[in-house]
Design a protein around this ligand. Structure first.
Ligand code: PDD
Length: 283
């Protein structure tokens, strides 16, 4: 496949970076994943805004415009096979000659992008939809999870707990027992027809799919939305549980730690929400 590295396009096997790159040594970087369905980018502006916020938060200066990033995304879409792609953008602080924790001066950020296949966007149909089973865990990550850092060891270990238990995600709760998010997704409950998700804070990523879904639901008005703390007790008593991410859109969860959510089947509110998301995501 064709990738982008520091201003050039090349086959993936020719892309090389220094082992002294701080992305490699420290996980010192920011990344994004933007979905691209048949050439149509989803949430591109918000994704770029979040990336710039992250770069600013960690003090990486990079002069690249939204238009330059978009040109890279579309070039990678054109050069790579597949109708449904995730476009991955990665900016690390760059490669120094020594390993020192302090920010090096005069080092150019490393900019990398590639495309990978993602599942087709879900269809809002219970009989065709992919459903998810999840594990749960205390959230053991750092205290700035709002930054989309490439340092993902905490997320990786949580996700792997889910995999080891035969599931496809692990949902996290803070030390007081309140929902934060999934290891690679935002998380929601539905109770009595109301969609509830944790409010934005340093404890979770401000997901672009979350942002778009809540906006679409509020504009439609049929389903009520609340952003507020969700306790473990409320979570366990939910009628429906959903996940969102760029590669999943709205994902219905049917089992938590081996126990069914509601009646163990995909819920009715999910059908409406995924339908609205499918219709509204390119607007
Ligand atoms: N994951 N929370 C975490 C911890 C995430 O890693 C992600 C995204 C999300 C959902 O954000 P968005 O809707 O902007 O994709 C929430 C990406 C896709 C990944 O790491 O591959």
């Amino acid at each position: 496949s064709t990738v982008y590295l520091n201003g050039e396009y090349m086959p993936m096997h020719e892309a090389k970076i220094s082992p002294m790159d701080r992305g490699f040594l420290f996980g010192d970087g920011i990344y994004e994943v933007v979905p691209c369905y048949s050439g149509g980018l989803v949430g591109f502006g918000p994704h770029m805004d979040r990336m710039n916020d992250g770069l600013k938060a960690i003090g990486i200066e990079l002069a690249m415009s939204h238009e330059e990033w978009k040109a890279i995304a579309l070039k990678l879409d054109g050069e790579n096979d597949g109708e449904n792609l995730g476009i991955y953008f990665h900016v690390s602080r760059g490669a120094d000659t020594k390993r020192a924790h302090s920010f090096p001066s005069g080092v150019k950020p490393t900019v990398f992008a590639f495309a990978f296949e993602i599942p087709p966007a879900p269809v809002a149909d219970k009989s065709k939809a992919n459903s998810y089973s999840v594990s749960t865990s205390t959230d053991l990550r750092w205290k700035r999870c709002n930054i989309k850092s490439t340092a993902l060891l905490g997320n990786v270990l949580h996700y792997q707990k889910g995999v080891d238990e035969g599931n496809q995600e692990c949902i996290l709760f803070d030390v007081d027992g309140f929902l934060t998010e999934g290891s690679s997704t935002n998380a929601y409950i539905v109770k009595d027809g109301v969609v509830i998700t944790a409010p934005l804070s340093n404890a979770l990523l401000p997901g672009i799919t979350r942002f778009m879904l809540l906006d679409i639901l509020r504009k439609d008005g049929r389903i009520k939305v609340e952003e507020r703390a969700v306790s473990r007790e409320e979570f366990d008593a939910a009628d429906e549980v959903w996940l969102t991410s760029s590669s999943k859109e709205v994902g219905p969860v049917v089992a938590i730690d081996g126990k069914p959510v509601g009646n163990g089947e995909i819920g009715d509110v999910w059908v409406v929400a995924q339908q609205l998301f499918s219709e509204g995501k390119f607007n």
